[in-house]
Design a protein around this ligand. Sequence first.
Ligand SMILES: N[C@@H](CCC(=O)N[C@@H](CS)C(=O)NCC(=O)O)C(=O)O
Length: 311
Amino acid sequence: MISLCTRLSFSARNRLQTRHGVALLVGTRKTIISAPTAPHTYRSLSTLSRCAVAPLVSSLNPRKGATATFSSGASAKGDGPASTLQADPEAPFQLFTGRTPNGRKVSIFLEELRAYYGRPDYDVVPIDISQNTQKEPWFITMNPNGRIPVLLDRTQNNFVVFETAAILLYLARTCDTENQFWFDPNERPLDYSVMLQWIFWAHGGLGPMQGQSNHFNSFAPVDIPYAKKRYLDETERLFGVLQIRLAERDYLAGEGQGKYTIADMNAFPWIAGHKFSGVESLDKWPALKRWFETISERKQVQEGLSIPSTL
Ligand SMILES: N[C@@H](CCC(=O)N[C@@H](CS)C(=O)NCC(=O)O)C(=O)O
């Protein structure tokens, strides 16, 4: 795998300007690609995902204050220069995400993996869900559910993974080869089961309920006090479940005090958004608060929370 510096110079060498080009911001370790804006782009991306070619980008080092451009490149028939225009065809993953709890689960795990293993490299394509970009045809081609995040694995012929729990498990199996952040089902089947139980619990309960609380308290076009109270109460009840689990241990899964795993990363971004959901403080749940503060201090978590930086 090539280093970041190599990646940036590779990108710069392949800089392109087309009539569909738009400004691009580039992170210091990851290439940030502007979301597609033109119908031409959507068609092309849709074609690209079928043809196992990723969106196209070129970049310059932002520390030099430069901006760069990207192009949809290929034609709708897929006969364009797509495969030659990718900024970083060697980055194994491409993450389509926004700054939301579900998106952040994946960027946190990717940052944890990078900090421990020095890999994987990945590109970020910011998706502005307020503009319904995730409902555009090119996105639906990847994820019929029209929601972020989506992970593209270039090493597997652009294999698409959607649903955060599935993405975390996919990354664990493919990248966490020393089992630092998960339990291997063959080696530790019971720990693996406990880890899955907490992932499924958050995936089916915490996320959806807190998401509804967010909706009715911040976004609903009409004020529905019953719905606001119902989902806020349920969010607080679920915080209470975490309090029970964490009262005698540090992390959700694993023997003894537990081990920091993708079960924690899966729940953490929701807890990080507690104020937005109408929960003013975590004081009522001291063990949950301790867990939250411990994980918040991790540099990789802070990095993951700030991705994508351009929305
Ligand atoms: N169950 C899905 C939920 C994904 C989800 O709801 N994503 C939100 C952002 S946190 C989204 O894309 N919202 C935009 C929409 O609903 O159109 C997962 O875990 O990936």
